[in-house]
Each structure stands twice: as structure tokens, then as C-alpha cells.
Design a protein around this ligand. Structure first.
Ligand SMILES: Nc1ncnc2c1ncn2[C@@H]1O[C@H](COP(=O)(O)OP(=O)(O)OP(=O)(O)O)[C@@H](O)[C@H]1O
Ligand SMILES: [Mg+2]
Length: 291
């Protein structure tokens, strides 16, 4: 169910304000997330990213402004918002004592789905966890937990997914796997808002990048629009040394015996190092433009 027309943004935030005691964290946040797109909300520690996503997920009340998810107002239509959005929090919310499959079946049951086992099995395959399905989550690597956590958030096919720092603490290979899962989600029509402190994550994944700083969205645009904000650098011809990430992935990327065996099919080619996801150039929007 959708609360507004298909062309309206999946998330629309206007003038959002929030203070903790007398510390103003959000001071007028404006943000749109188009349907089926990936938007990265970028900001330093304490910028207010988690505060924004908690307000969107109806876990926290804003002091002012409006937030609409899938056409529903987070305050007056909170139940409809909760039916439209899935939040994967900053810290993995999986049950360590259950197996991966049991975690998925549990959520499918809680959501009253008809065939919880089949739903779980499909997600286990999709997130490369089938081999580890019957193992307790306490034996999973960080990347496997994160993948399971994201898989759990997809149960019931919510149209809007919010991922709060989905790859913090993951090794480079596990990050690539989470990125691939997120890209697949958006390709399937799901709207994704993710928060991150990693600039490369925003570059690789997001159609648009919004930078939250000082309680406001400083800039919001495609990667091309954002890079166009600075004058072009002078071209100098120097040898390009491989980055540490290049070396790490070249050495461990193909070896299924290192790390988590279920991701032995990892392919460096999927890293898309040059791809930005940024497409149609248009004037970048700034907070000033929107007000
Ligand atoms: N319940 C709370 N009570 C008081 N202050 C809070 C509370 N929750 C968050 N804050 C403060 O609000 C600010 C924004 O916090 P928030 O968690 O939204 O930041 P963040 O951008 O998600 O940071 P991080 O990158 O560290 O996750 C921080 O200064 C934080 O200390
Ligand atoms: Mg946070």
C-alpha cells in the first residue's frame, strides 16, 4: 500500500529539527529519496545520521518539521510507516543463539508470512548463507552477521529500507558483498537510504549523496555534481600505486579457504572500482536552494 502517487519520493523530509536537552542535533534537515534509488547520508560521528533514521522509522519523535515515508506521515500515520519501512540498525540485531535459518524463520513468522521456511531458504541463497544456514549465528563472521541482518530486514518486502552504517567494522571483501546486496535491492525497485562515514561507500553505491553537517544537509547531489563543486585539479602524470585495498583484495579475494567459506565465489570484477552510480548531471541542490 502506498500513501501517495508513484512519482512522489519514497522519503520526503522537510525542516526536521531535534534537540537532546539543549543540544540541537538536527536544525532543519531537508531530504528527498526517489523511489528505487540509493541515497547515502554522509556525516561525521555525532552528525545526527542515526537520529534522522530513527525519526524515519518512528522510533523517535522530532521536535519539528515533517517526515513522510512511502506517502505516510511518521507522526500521524506511524503504523503505515512501520509497514513500509525496514530499519537495519547500526549494530547487528541477530539472535546469536539461533541458527541463521532460525533467525529468518522467526521474523517470517512474526510477519505472519505463509511459508516462513521457503522465505528463509530463498534469502539464505540470495545472501550466500545457504552453507551456514544450520550453524549458530555466534559462529558467524561479522560479514555473515551483517548479511543475515540485511536479509532479515527484507522479509515481507518492505518498499523502503534504511541501513544505518551497514558496513562499519567489516573487512573489504565483506563490504563488497554488502554493497552488492544493496545494489541488487535497488535494482529490484526497493528504495534504500543508507548512512555511512565511508566516502568510498557513498561513491560506489549511491545515486545521490547528502552530507549532513551542523544539523543541516550541506549539499545533496550525484557524485558528479558534488565533485563539480570544487575546481578541477591540475593533471599531473605520476605512477599510480595500487592501494592497500587493491593489494588486500588481490591476495585474499579469490581464496575460499581464507575467511568465510560461503563467500568463495567473490569476484574482484564486481568491485566496480570506476563505477559511481552517478548518472544524470543536474545542478546540485544545497540547503539554500531548497529553502
Ligand atoms: N538519547 C540521546 N540523548 C542525548 N544525546 C543523544 C542521544 N542520542 C544521540 N545523542 C547525541 O546526538 C548527536 C547525534 O547522534 P547520532 O547518533 O544521531 O549521530 P550519528 O551521526 O549517527 O553518529 P555515529 O556516526 O557516531 O553513529 C550526538 O552528539 C549524540 O551524542
Ligand atoms: Mg549513528
Amino acid at each position: 500500500m502506498t500513501g501517495s502517487s508513484a512519482s512522489a519520493p519514497a522519503i520526503r523530509v522537510r525542516g526536521l529539527r531535534k534537540a537532546y536537552k539543549d543540544v540541537a542535533v538536527l536544525r532543519g534537515v531537508d531530504l528527498d529519496v526517489a523511489r528505487g534509488s540509493i541515497v547515502a547520508l554522509l556525516g561525521s560521528n555525532g552528525a545526527g545520521k542515526t537520529t534522522v533514521v530513527r525519526i524515519l522509522a518512528t522510533l523517535l519523535r522530532a521536535d519539528g518539521g515533517t517526515a513522510v515515508v512511502n506517502g505516510f506521515d511518521v507522526v500521524t500515520q506511524a503504523g503505515d510507516v512501520r509497514g513500509s519501512i525496514s530499519l537495519t540498525g547500526q549494530f547487528a540485531a541477530v539472535d546469536e543463539l539461533l541458527t541463521g535459518r532460525e533467525n529468518l524463520v522467526l521474523i517470517a513468522r512474526l510477519r505472519h508470512l505463509k511459508a516462513p521456511g521457503a522465505v528463509a531458504d530463498e534469502l539464505l541463497v540470495r545472501f550466500a548463507l545457504a552453507d551456514a544456514a544450520a550453524r549458530r549465528v555466534s559462529t558467524y563472521s561479522g560479514g555473515m552477521r551483517r548479511r543475515l541482518d540485511i536479509a532479515m530486514s527484507l522479509i515481507g518486502n518492505p518498499p523502503v529500507i534504511v541501513l544505518d552504517e551497514p558496513t562499519t567494522g567489516l573487512d573489504p571483501q565483506a563490504r563488497l558483498e554488502v554493497w552488492r546486496a544493496v545494489k541488487e535491492l535497488a535494482a529490484g525497485g526497493t528504495t534504500v537510504l543508507l548512512t555511512t562515514q565511508y566516502l568510498d561507500e557513498a561513491e560506489q553505491l549511491a545515486d545521490r549523496i547528502a552530507i549532513l553537517h551542523g544539523g543541516r544537509i550541506l549539499v545533496n547531489g550525484t557524485l558528479a555534481e558534488l565533485t563539480a563543486l570544487l575546481p578541477p585539479a591540475t593533471v599531473e602524470y605520476v605512477e599510480k600505486q595500487p592501494t592497500l585495498e587493491d593489494v588486500f583484495l588481490a591476495l585474499v579475494g579469490h581464496d575460499p579457504n581464507l575467511g568465510d567459506a560461503s563467500r568463495g565465489d567473490s569476484n574482484l570484477g564486481d568491485a566496480d572500482p570506476g563505477g559511481s552510480g552517478a548518472a544524470t548531471p543536474a545542478a546540485p541542490t544545497t540547503n539554500e536552494d531548497q529553502s
